[in-house]
Design a protein around this ligand. Structure first.
Ligand code: 8X3
Length: 250
């Protein structure tokens, strides 16, 4: 089935890359946006999509992304705000303020900037969808997660606010909150490149979610009939009953 244009941010790896690939198989023309152009080019070539190098925290980059989308044939039907990330595990008392700023910038400000820039085109399509990939960290808190959970709570708040504000417009707003997902980079980046520390959260967990599981959720919510708005999808692996309740086979 042929569909319109889908923009996926943070598409160079992990959930974003898996989502871009999956949406292409669903018939979307995928615009893959992220900072790392080399990875994007390969992905775009694989899926017949369009690569746009874009740091979503930079307004000029976001404006260029919107211009590129406007120049393509077809309607913008879907925006997947996936770019985000965590930096560090510091307790609040010892926290690095620059980490807090970076997390707020990429998870919150970046999401707002991209949404603002693409909302007119999504509305003009007459059947737009915005998916925000936030996190279960936006629904609860944990020790060492202050900066990340604060940013994800803010992302969740902006998503709910947007849904209220767009009520009556032809754009649905959907939040997906993944729990434990094992990807190549999320934990490694959070642990500043320390592979041993990065592996710890997944120790003994039989089957953490993988990027394709979340891509599957994005594809499902985005391909429901347009009058169906899945407000929020909370997705965890079977072994994780809650943020602190994880079954480990050690
Ligand atoms: C990632 C989920 O549990 O690491 O967004 O905060 S968690």
């Amino acid at each position: 089935m042929s569909r319109g244009i889908a923009v996926v941010t943070g598409a160079s790896s992990g959930i974003g890359a898996a989502t871009a690939r999956r949406l292409a198989t669903e018939g979307f023309t995928v615009v893959a946006a992220a900072r790392r152009a080399d990875r994007l080019q390969k992905l775009a070539a694989d899926i017949g999509g369009v690569a746009v190098a874009c740091d979503i925290t930079r307004q000029a980059d976001v404006d260029a992304l919107a211009e590129k989308v406007a120049s393509l044939p077809g309607e913008l039907e879907l925006l997947v705000n996936n770019a985000g990330g965590a930096f560090g595990f510091d307790y609040v008392a010892e926290s690095d303020i620059d980490d807090w700023r970076r997390m707020y910038e990429v998870n919150v400000i970046g999401t707002v900037q991209v949404t603002k820039a693409l909302l007119p085109a999504l509305t003009a399509s007459g059947a737009g969808t915005i998916v925000v990939v936030s996190s279960t960290a936006g629904l609860g808190v944990y020790e060492g997660g202050g900066g990340y959970t604060a940013a994800k709570h803010a992302e969740t708040a902006l998503t709910g606010t947007l849904r209220l504000e767009l009520c009556g417009d032809p754009v649905r707003v959907i939040e997906i909150d993944p729990g434990m997902v094992k990807t190549d980079e999320f934990s490694l980046v959070r642990n500043r490149g320390d592979a041993e520390a990065a592996a710890k959260p997944y120790a003994g967990v039989a089957e953490p979610l993988v990027a394709e599981d979340i891509a599957d959720c994005v594809a499902w919510v985005a391909t429901r009939p347009h009058h169906v708005n899945v407000d929020r999808l909370v997705v965890r692996p079977l072994a994780q009953a809650a943020q602190h309740k994880v079954h480990r086979e050690l």
